[in-house]
Design a protein around this ligand. Structure first.
Ligand code: LLP
Length: 414
């Protein structure tokens, strides 16, 4: 998201950052509505197919409502995400549900709410969905999530499409699945889907996925299955480092239209990160500045409880300072307040000399930021704010420590 300067003072869209830092405690998540709309419209224009937003990236109701208003569908991985999507106004026919661990209750919830497709990730699950559908006296539209055994050349922690990953049904078992459909009378196979990983930046991976899914759809059709939907997953890479380009989605659009020509089904994508990552920023306050072992540590009130990505994936998020007035440049390591050595937000970055109570910006935190935040060290979740031109509104109210403690119960024998 762009921070704009007007008379040397920072603004997000039309809202003064000074006003925000005076009005709200930190750490604080801020999202720009314009950035989310821009990302959605860019994808839609270049891909020209249905886009299901992967709710897991940022499941806040206001963000969901905004993407629903843009025209997106919703890609969910739990009954909770289905519930959120319905509450945010998504038409159930624009909700799809997948996930490697679905409970009986989750499946029932999805069926009762008449969502478009439940994507099964194993034969056992297909049998379970059929049984539940039968008990509910319904015929349910389903898809199967295939595991195409494609290495997405991304971090192993976010790779999902190799045969050794837990996700999906091995693609060479598709024939068996199709045969099994004969005896599963309460489910109707209408879709195929896959998602091979996140932060995919190589066009060749998309090409492999598209070709493999096209073959799988052709095979299914040749066996008499009426495939209506083929979902090609998400995983569009976002450039967090400012020095490489974002994924070329125009190129992906060209690739899909050349591969999926004259097909009797609809194709779709389910991106999360691409739609929201760049629309988010964290404002954090400097609690302390200290030197240990020759390293200049800035200790901030945001940490791995606010944004776990650096600690978990060694992700790099660009960080800069609100106050850049000093000409003295210093090499800093930015660390959170959590009692773990891995609570480092950025190593070795150069900033103008800082002092306590200054504010820092952690960029590109709209995806997998707040959604993965925790209460570790009994710290409450932060406020989240949505900015739309010169308006702003809290879209998630901060959680106080007392709210967290109130959920613990002491048994009467203690
Ligand atoms: N579809 C499925 C089935 C998925 O599992 C995911 C992400 C997506 C779509 C959306 O992927 P995206 O377009 O956002 O890359 N917490 C990690 C990312 C985990 C992604 C999990 N699955 C991170 O912070 O990088």
């Amino acid at each position: 998201m762009d921070i704009l300067f007007n008379n040397n003072r920072p603004f997000i869209e039309g809202v003064s950052v000074d006003e925000i830092t005076k009005s709200f405690s930190t750490p604080l998540y801020i999202y720009s509505q314009k950035e989310i709309e821009k990302a959605y419209n860019n994808l839609k224009e270049n891909l020209g197919v249905e886009i299901f937003y992967a709710v897991k990236a940022n499941s806040n109701l206001a963000i969901l409502k905004l993407l629903n208003n843009c025209g997106a569908g919703s890609d969910t991985v739990s009954a909770g995400e289905i519930q959120r999507s319905i509450k945010a106004g998504f038409n159930p026919n624009k909700i799809i549900y997948e996930g490697v661990g679905k409970s009986k209750e989750d499946i029932e919830y999805a069926i009762i709410n008449n969502i478009r497709l439940i994507n099964a990730e194993s034969l056992n699950e297909l049998i379970l969905i059929n049984k539940i559908a039968k008990n509910l006296n319904k015929t349910v539209s389903i898809g199967v999530r295939l595991n195409p055994d494609i290495d997405s050349l991304t971090l192993s922690k976010i790779s999902t499409g190799k045969k050794t990953d837990k996700f999906g049904i091995p693609i060479n078992e598709l024939n068996n699945i199709i045969s099994a459909m004969d005896s599963l009378n309460n489910i109707k196979l209408k879709g195929l889907s896959c998602h091979v990983g996140s932060q995919i930046s190589e066009m060749i991976i998309f090409e492999k996925v598209f070709n493999t899914m096209k073959e799988a759809a052709s095979l299914s059709i040749s066996k008499g299955i009426n495939i209506e939907y083929v979902d090609l997953g998400g995983g569009f890479a976002v450039n967090y480092n400012k020095n490489i380009n974002d994924l070329n989605v125009k190129e992906i659009g060209r690739l899909t239209s050349s591969i999926f020509k004259d097909i009797p089904y609809k194709i779709s994508f389910e991106p999360g990160r691409y739609l929201v990552a760049k629309a988010g920023i964290i404002i954090t306050k400097i609690l302390n500045i200290k030197k240990n072992g020759g390293i200049n540590f800035i200790i901030t009130d945001a940490g791995m409880h606010t944004l776990i990505r650096p600690a978990m994936y060694n992700s790099v998020h660009h960080i800069d300072a609100l106050d850049q007035s000093s000409n003295k440049k210093i090499n800093y390591t930015i660390a959170g307040p959590i009692c773990e050595s891995s609570d480092i937000l950025a190593k070795d970055i150069v900033l103008s000399e800082q002092k306590e109570n200054n504010f820092l910006f952690i960029h590109d935190t709209g995806a997998y930021g707040a959604a993965m935040a925790s209460n570790y060290n009994s710290r409450g979740l932060p406020n989240e704010l949505l900015i739309n031109e010169d308006k702003y509104s809290i879209i998630h109210a901060e959680e106080k420590t007392s709210d967290i403690i109130a959920r613990d119960l002491i048994p009467d024998w203690l």
